[in-house]
Write a protein that binds this ligand. Structure first.
Ligand code: GDP
Ligand code: MG
Length: 163
């Protein structure tokens, strides 16, 4: 039985991009149309000689903020049940979203390692913009660019250590 790492977060934050980056090939559909990963993708990944199962959670693009929250609560609840480590992805370009704040409150109470990951931090200037995420006051906040493979190695170093 392998440990499970789940990637959760709002549509379009880059979950499938990170999943593909870690799987090493294009499996999950990444698209400019938000929320194209309808089903959940499972793949066995080995990093730093540690094998684990990676889950990419999908979801439709909700028509309202209420539905978005509902979807994210459900996604997070499933991840809390079945995952050993949770990666909660946010969008460093879009900035901090009220739905993110709510889910962070939910996840910070989880008795499992949770990494709060600000994605799309492609360069130094965005690193500065991402500073608003530090107002969340959580430990384990990391900035990455899944697309440009920035910070991903450091993230996985910590994830594997938490397994
Ligand atoms: P998901 O809905 O969370 O699975 O998001 P996707 O992986 O489908 O990505 C949504 C969009 O964000 C796509 O256009 C990606 O190319 C883009 N994206 C993902 N990661 C990055 C990143 O690190 N930097 C930038 N600039 N764009 C990204
Ligand atoms: Mg996706």
């Amino acid at each position: 039985i392998l440990p499970i790492v789940a990637i959760v977060g709002r549509p379009n934050v880059g979950k499938s991009t990170l999943f593909n980056r870690l799987v090493g090939r294009r499996k999950a559909i990444v698209d400019d149309m938000p929320g194209v990963t309808r089903d959940r993708n499972y793949e066995t990944v080995t990093r730093f000689d540690v094998p684990f199962i990676l889950i990419d959670t999908g979801g439709f693009e909700p028509e309202s903020s209420d539905r978005l929250l509902q979807q994210m609560r459900e996604q997070s609840r499933l991840a809390m049940e079945e995952a050993d480590v949770i990666l909660f992805l946010m969008d460093g370009r879009a900035g901090l979203n009220p739905a993110d704040v709510e889910v962070v409150e939910m996840l910070r109470r989880v008795d499992k390692p949770v990494f709060f990951v600000v994605n799309k931090v492609d360069g130094e200037t965005l690193e500065v913009a991402a500073s608003e995420f530090y107002s969340l006051g959580v430990d384990n906040l990391l900035t990455i660019s899944a697309e440009h493979n920035r910070g991903v190695r450091d993230l996985m170093d910590e994830v594997v250590a938490a397994l």
